[in-house]
Design a protein around this ligand. Structure first.
Ligand code: ATP
Ligand code: F6P
Ligand code: MG
Length: 445
């Protein structure tokens, strides 16, 4: 049986604004380097398939094998640096490393390419829209020098739909040639619209994204920046919950972590601090009642060990919260019901009804995990993504994001990056590791 063919070369082709005629200022650094494990030449590609079955199922010649365009500096670039004007914007929820990306972009643009004008647009896509009255910020090596020491984003962020035509009007008025967009799936949808609006008008504006998501829900990326910092911080809450639970009779810690549609934070935080007994993720519905239900399992676990810790991702068990109104945020994302308190209430009720002592401590680190500065791993990762984004934009790539696929830095067309959501695969080895670490059954049903 052949493996399914997921994408082909047409899906992976990145748009360019035109022929590159200008020698890159980085040329002296580039030399003649062959592709190795540590470097990939611009003429090469990073293969999409990496198993023999996937490759053989295509029945194609090597040239036709789908491969991502590698990131990195090009020998020829599209934009003349001395005349290039750049914009940077951050949108959506916070993520560790946003300031690192801004800093990395500014330093690479100025130090190597000698770009002179870089504008920071304030408060997400609102920053382009005149009626909001947000000033633009001049970004210089001096103004970004130490911003990586702080969480958040010096530019501010926002949610809420803005008109791509108005955004392109603004970019044209300001003669901006390159726009760097740092944001999640919604932001990248917006970035795609901006790139296409510019294209329709015949404007040569490169729109390059740096995908941001603590939920790690953007596909075709090994892991998103800030994710490691976020789950590391989340793991501290699991440790706290465990300490509380083990220090009281009938101790139970319930930890609610972010993750709307993807349970990666819950899984990784649990594996990082493997003393949770149960992990609940949005990808796997669960039943509370009955022999195979969660309540019975938690009761048994507390009886056997004297304590237990339950980790629940915010998008898990939404169907269990009834009678609350449905709503959306400014960007149209569904606002989730708060599963943490509801789950705690149901567990308490159950233990009360069974007449079993319970000392439940509820912990929700909430925004703490995403507003902290990037850890050293994410600091390295963000600066490398920023470098890759600058090289891509200067060479005229557009409607694309930078990413890392199997440890290689690559270019991903925006339509592909927003084509689906990255989720924990209940049949995959990550979830298997979670089951191994917690000892919980594969399903509560
Ligand atoms: N479907 C869409 N089409 C065009 N633009 C969008 C769309 N969804 C969101 N946007 C734009 O992207 C911005 C950010 O979107 P959103 O609030 O969904 O955050 P996000 O980028 O997905 O990040 P997060 O991971 O925090 O949700 C919004 O200000 C909005 O203008
Ligand atoms: O409260 P806010 O800022 O709208 O964002 C909350 C959401 O943003 C995220 O952190 C993603 O950016 C989700 O995990 C969370 O549900
Ligand atoms: Mg989103």
């Amino acid at each position: 049986m052949g493996a399914p063919i997921l994408v082909d070369n047409a899906d992976l082709a990145v748009k360019t604004l035109g022929v590159c005629r200008i020698d890159s200022p980085l040329l002296p650094l580039l030399g003649e380097r062959p592709t190795t494990q540590h470097y990939i030449d611009e003429s090469d590609k990073v293969l999409y398939d990496d198993t023999a079955l996937m490759i053989s199922s295509r029945g194609v010649a090597l040239d036709d094998l789908p491969g991502f365009e590698p990131a990195g500096p090009r020998r020829k670039i599209y934009f003349d640096p001395s005349k290039t004007r750049v914009g940077i914007v951050t949108c959506g929820g916070l993520c560790p490393g946003l300031n690192n990306v801004i800093r990395g972009l500014v330093l690479e643009l100025t130090s190597h390419y000698r770009v002179r004008r870089i504008f920071g647009f304030r408060n997400g896509y609102q920053g382009f829209i005149a009626r909001y009255g947000h000033d633009v910020v001049d970004l210089t090596p001096e103004s970004v020098a130490n911003i990586d020491e702080d969480g958040g984003t010096i530019l501010g962020s926002s949610r809420g739909q803005q008109d791509p035509a108005e955004i392109v009007d603004c970019l044209s008025r300001m003669n901006i040639n390159i726009l760097f967009v740092i944001g999640g799936d919604g932001t990248l949808r917006g970035a795609g619209q901006i790139a296409r609006e510019a294209e329709t008008r015949g404007e040569k504006i490169a729109v390059v994204g740096i995908p941001k998501t603590i939920d790690n829900d953007i596909p075709y990326i090994d892991q998103s920046f800030g994710f490691q910092t976020a789950f590391g911080k989340a793991a501290e809450s699991i440790r706290v919950a465990h300490a509380e639970a083990t220090s009281a009779p009938g101790g139970l810690g319930v930890v609610r972590l972010m993750g709307r549609h993807s349970g990666f934070i819950a899984c990784y935080a649990t594996l990082a601090k493997s003393n949770a007994d149960v992990v609940l993720i949005p990808e796997l519905p669960f039943k509370l009642e009955g022999d195979g239900g969660l309540l019975n399992y938690v009761r048994r676990r507390v009886a056997e060990r004297g304590h237990a810790v339950v980790v629940v991702a915010e998008g898990a068990g939404q169907e269990l919260v009834v009678g609350q109104p449905e709503s959306t945020d400014a960007s149209g994302n569904r606002k989730l019901h708060d599963i943490g308190p509801e789950l705690s209430r149901r567990i308490k009720e159950y233990f009360d009804a069974e007449g079993i002592e319970l000392n439940l401590k509820y912990i929700d680190p909430s925004y703490v995990i995403r507003s902290v500065p990037a850890n050293p791993y994410d600091s390295v990762y963000t600066i490398r993504l920023a470098h890759a984004a600058v090289h891509a934009a200067m060479s005229g790539r557009t409607e694309m994001v930078v990413g890392r696929w199997r440890r290689r830095f690559i270019h991903i067309p925006i339509p592909l990056a927003i084509s689906q959501r990255n989720q924990v695969d209940p049949a995959g080895d990550l979830w298997m590791s979670v089951l191994e670490a917690t000892g919980q059954p594969p399903r509560f049903e």
